[in-house]
Design a protein around this ligand. Structure first.
Ligand SMILES: Cc1cc2nc3c(=O)[nH]c(=O)nc-3n(C[C@H](O)[C@H](O)[C@H](O)COP(=O)(O)O)c2cc1C
Length: 408
């Protein structure tokens, strides 16, 4: 009979020491198994005021929570023993082939998280082959983003009181090769984001004792922030609307500059000005989806601005099926809000969306690890979409049908 192994021999047989990873960002990313992990890392890395600006929602944040919870209320009805040796999540959106039914939604003031800001997000989106919508309130300009990204680019528009400025922005987007204008319509007045109100959060942050302490507790972010060039609303630098050179609350800026009198005739006007794809973002009812389709929109983004505007607004994922029934075939549908997993993307498609969109998910990646963090988010979501499809028994996007989710 062979001798029994000594405890040391047993240990030697099972213990493997992984080679140390020198790069801190790489170490961080290896520990981030999902978007929720990147959110936690971003929370530690950036000052609390900055994190709350990104993470927070309007008033009691019911809609913010509900957007994500609504995905949790949907369960799958998987099919088995179907050949899923090859799973292909590619699709076509606004005439463009995409590797995944996924879009990066516009987010203003992105450089507050990381100095590379919109350039980092645009480059990561282009690498992944996914559309990125640059915000009107971006901290890199239409042209700067176009210079670093050959990928599909959309430009998000708010309607300024100064319509000359709107026309100018649309012309610049056309000249720079943007494929779509995204008109955001859920921001007639600014939502009350109470985390920002409590902190007196301004853009850029005013340095006071609170911000100094917050900054001192997050030295890596602070070091990057003080070395980088000042943050501006890059699309309107030099215009008399103010470019954020002087600290301003977003609430005051939006309410002063954006026109609350915007109506459907403005959408008709925009349609006549812009011959590229037109996306209407912030549709929250079947009736308005029909009006947007009638006005010549190519796609509708069902969205409540990530719960940052009207608290108590309907959740986008629950609007997909009724809107699809009313306007499907006339416009494409994008479901925006609460997407944190590839399985959420698949649920949106099963309900009838052509694609899902993410805002905070990529911002958490950016806050946690800069540009590589955004890459990581897009890789995680892509892998999750493919895995979910395989476990559901579907090999392509056309096979993701309503019978695969409950309620359908
Ligand atoms: C920090 C932040 C800034 C945003 N800025 C804009 C903006 O400038 N224009 C816009 O149309 N939507 C803006 N949104 C809304 C997003 O485009 C998107 O609708 C929302 O983030 C989707 O919800 P999610 O974050 O749960 O994915 C912003 C969202 C966040 C979190």
């Amino acid at each position: 009979m062979a001798d029994r192994p000594t405890p040391i021999e047993t240990l030697r047989a099972v213990v493997r020491f992984a080679p140390p990873v020198g790069d801190r960002t790489e170490r961080r990313l290896r520990r981030a198994a999902g978007v929720a992990d990147l959110r936690r890392q971003a929370r530690r890395r950036v000052p609390r005021g900055v994190f709350d600006y990104v993470d927070g929602g309007a008033e009691d944040e019911r809609t913010l929570r509900d957007n994500a919870d609504a995905f949790g209320r949907i369960t799958f009805r998987p099919r088995v023993l179907r050949d899923v040796a090859t799973v292909d999540p590619s699709t076509t959106l606004l005439g463009r082939p995409l590797p995944l039914p996924l879009v990066l939604s516009p987010t203003g003031f992105t450089r507050i998280l990381d100095p590379a800001g919109e350039l980092a997000v645009a480059r990561a989106a282009a690498r992944a082959g996914l559309p990125y919508a640059l915000s009107t309130l971006g901290t890199r300009s239409i042209e700067e983003v176009a210079a670093v990204s050959a990928g599909p680019k959309w430009f998000q528009l708010y309607v300024w009181r100064d319509r000359g400025l709107v026309r100018d922005l649309v012309g610049r987007a056309r000249d720079a090769g943007y494929e779509a204008i995204v008109l955001t319509v859920d921001c007639a007045v600014f939502g009350k984001r109470e985390r920002d109100v409590r902190r007196g959060f301004t853009l850029p942050p005013v340095v006071g004792p609170g911000t100094l302490l917050d900054g001192a507790l997050h030295p890596a972010w602070t070091w990057d922030f003080v070395r980088a060039e000042p943050i501006r609303f890059a699309n309107v630098v030099g215009r008399d609307v103010g470019d954020g050179a002087r600290p301003v609350t977003l609430h005051d800026y939006v309410n002063a500059q954006f026109d609350p009198a915007v109506d459907w005739s403005d959408l008709a006007w925009l349609r006549s000005e812009w011959d590229g794809s037109l996306v209407v973002k912030g549709i929250q009812s079947v009736a308005d989806a029909v009006l947007a389709a009638d006005a010549g929109a190519d796609a509708v983004m069902l969205s409540n601005h990530g719960g940052r505007q009207l608290d108590g607004a309907p959740t986008p994922i629950d609007l997909v099926a009724p809107v699809r029934d009313a306007v499907g075939g006339r416009v494409q549908l994008i479901c925006d809000g609460g997407v944190r997993r590839g399985s959420d993307v698949v649920k949106a498609v099963a309900r009838g969306a052509d694609a899902a969109a993410i805002g905070r998910a990529y911002l958490y990646g950016l806050g946690a690890a800069g540009e590589r963090g955004v890459d990581h988010v897009l890789e995680l979501l892509g892998a999750e979409v493919r895995r979910t499809m395989a476990l559901l028994g579907v090999a392509d996007v056309a096979s993701i049908t309503p019978d695969l989710v409950s309620p359908p």
